[in-house]
Ligand binder design. Sequence first.
Ligand SMILES: [Zn+2]
Length: 303
Amino acid sequence: MNARTFALSVAALLATIALPARAAVDVVTTTEGLAAVVREVGGDRVKVTALSRGIQDPHFVDANPSLAVKLRNADLLVDVGMDLEIGWLPPLVIQSRNSAIQPGGARRLTAASVVPPMDVPTGPVDRGQGDIHPAGNPHFLSDPRRVQLVAAAIAARLSELDPAGATTYQARLQAFRSRVEVAEKGWKAQLAPFAGRSVVTQHKTLTYLLDWAGLKAAGYMEPRPGVSPPPSHVAGLAATVKAAGVKGVLVENYYDRRSADQLRDLAGVKVIVIPGDVGGTKEASDWGSYVDVLVKALVQAVQ
Ligand SMILES: [Zn+2]
């Protein structure tokens, strides 16, 4: 190598150092639903990893130490909050030794902090009785109104962490909002003939979506969030269901459906198994297709 080719090689090397391929923002989310929303807003400027799968009950995820490793170098941790992940996320965050993703940290975004909550207990909550929604209902992401608030918060935080991408994040946020609004019109049209009708759900996972849809819950398989239904509860629910003319019960595919089958046998309702989140079934591959599946299930459940 002569001096000239060496100089050119150094120049080429410097060029690669000076102009690296832009590193993606490393985002970790607790659920696949949140990961899907981060993807909508972040596009290829972000690398997203979800700590749980859509086929899992998000209240009860195994806090495997390998998950702490994913958090170690995260640029941003997005969690649901309202105690959804209380049983498994705090030890992982501590183990990660990533100080910026601790609660309240600059690289921590808790989605519940930007949505109006439902089911907030007004009286004392007895955790000993097993209620796993002591801070209100954390299952808000399937609500087309609230997902837009969460997407806006994600866009704002990504813009702070990656200012060069701010224009991209805002443009992608607007595009996502437009798609949600168009989809909402279609979903509302499917649901409109059934306004005011009631369903039964296993857990209070659809409270926000039912509210958005103009539908009601006549009851829940679980006597309290997180508590498996005893036979006496199913018998009582059967009477309620018959009196209210309920046609269907919706059960996420990570729950044991046997109690719902008992209700079917007692009260003649249909049992409709649904994904619990994005990734919960093959069809529910992103936020829009997940809600699409839920709306079809609701239509099936009310007629
Ligand atoms: Zn829950």
